[in-house]
Design a protein around this ligand. Structure first.
Ligand code: ATP
Length: 280
């Protein structure tokens, strides 16, 4: 397959630097990649400490999905080294996770910038919606900050392709309950509509400067609250127009939620109005 060739890179072209963080499968390092054209690109290198065949396959499945994705607001895969020790090499986003960034920059970030981040994540998800792909783990911990004006959706570890009308039935472990739609919690049903619910929770996180959704509840209490109609409250800096969109995203009935395509339109409009207001 052509796309595989493009992504099969040589270890000799990668220089490994300091540790950036700990991933699910192993350490993530900073590094530099020398491209075939001679450019030096700063990269993040994901490693896998357990090299047994089945773990390795799970580790590489994220990269397999990412090979087919190209979008300005989705993390960019540079390449994969498939011989031991296996590495996934991605473009480096030096400002790190959006969750941490929101906490560090909370007194500097304007409402316009926060709306811009929501719009960019929404555009990435509209792109996935067009590919019939569900992400399943939309949260500020899975968004990286490329520059103060540009965020990238990442972490496709839980993503799956779904056929129309179909859904992915997930295993029960490692599920982010407080971000999940009621049908995902009850029946482990994941669709684009459940991604829309999660996107709503992610927008709530953005305007709450990365507080945990439902931090006042135990995981086990969340579904009862949702079923009795309780929803996350409006974060103080969240514009009412956006909070109204969130409540549409949190419709109990999946079919009643907007599509990402519709959300992009609404958020673009809200962002445009905010920019105009800012410039007087
Ligand atoms: P988990 O499943 O627990 O989220 P993971 O295996 O998906 O883990 P990541 O969260 O993607 O691993 O990566 C671990 C850390 O490495 C992150 O906290 C992040 O700070 C850093 N990191 C990962 N990818 C990049 C990147 N492209 N640019 C900059 N930092 C990155």
């Amino acid at each position: 397959e052509k796309s595989c060739d493009k992504h099969n890179i040589s270890r000799d072209d990668v220089i490994v630097g300091r540790i950036l963080g700990e991933g699910f499968f192993g350490e993530v390092h900073e590094g530099v990649y020398k491209s075939p054209t001679g450019d030096r690109i700063r990269v993040a290198i994901k490693t896998c400490k357990d090299c047994s065949a089945d773990v390795k396959e799970k580790f590489l499945s994220e990269a397999e999905l990412m090979k087919n994705l190209e979008h300005p607001h989705i993390v960019c895969l540079i390449g994969v080294i498939e011989v031991d020790p296996v590495w996934i090499v991605m473009e480096l986003y030096e400002h790190g996770e959006l969750g941490n960034y929101l906490v560090e920059q909370q007194y500097i970030l304007t409402s316009t910038t926060l709306i811009l981040y929501c719009l960019q994540i929404c555009k990435a998800l509209a792109y996935l919606e067009g590919l019939n792909m569900v992400h399943r783990d939309i949260a500020v911990r899975n968004v990286l900050v490329a520059s103060p004006e540009c965020v990238k959706l990442g972490d496709f570890g839980l993503s799956r392709y779904v056929d129309e009308q179909e859904y992915y039935k997930a295993s029960i472990s490692r599920l982010p309950i407080k971000w999940m739609a009621p049908e995902s919690i009850n029946f482990r049903r994941f669709t684009t509509a459940s991604d829309v619910w999660m996107f709503g929770v992610c927008v709530w996180e953005i305007f709450s400067m990365a507080q945990q959704p439902f931090f006042w509840l135990e995981n086990g209490q969340v579904i009862n609250q949702l079923e009795s109609g309780v929803r996350l409250p409006k974060p103080q800096p969240c514009p009412p127009t956006i909070y109204s969109l969130l409540n549409h995203c949190w419709a109990y009935e999946p079919n009643a939620r907007p599509s990402f395509c519709q959300l992009v339109c609404s958020l673009s409009e809200i962002h445009r109005a905010e920019v105009e207001q800012e410039h007087g």
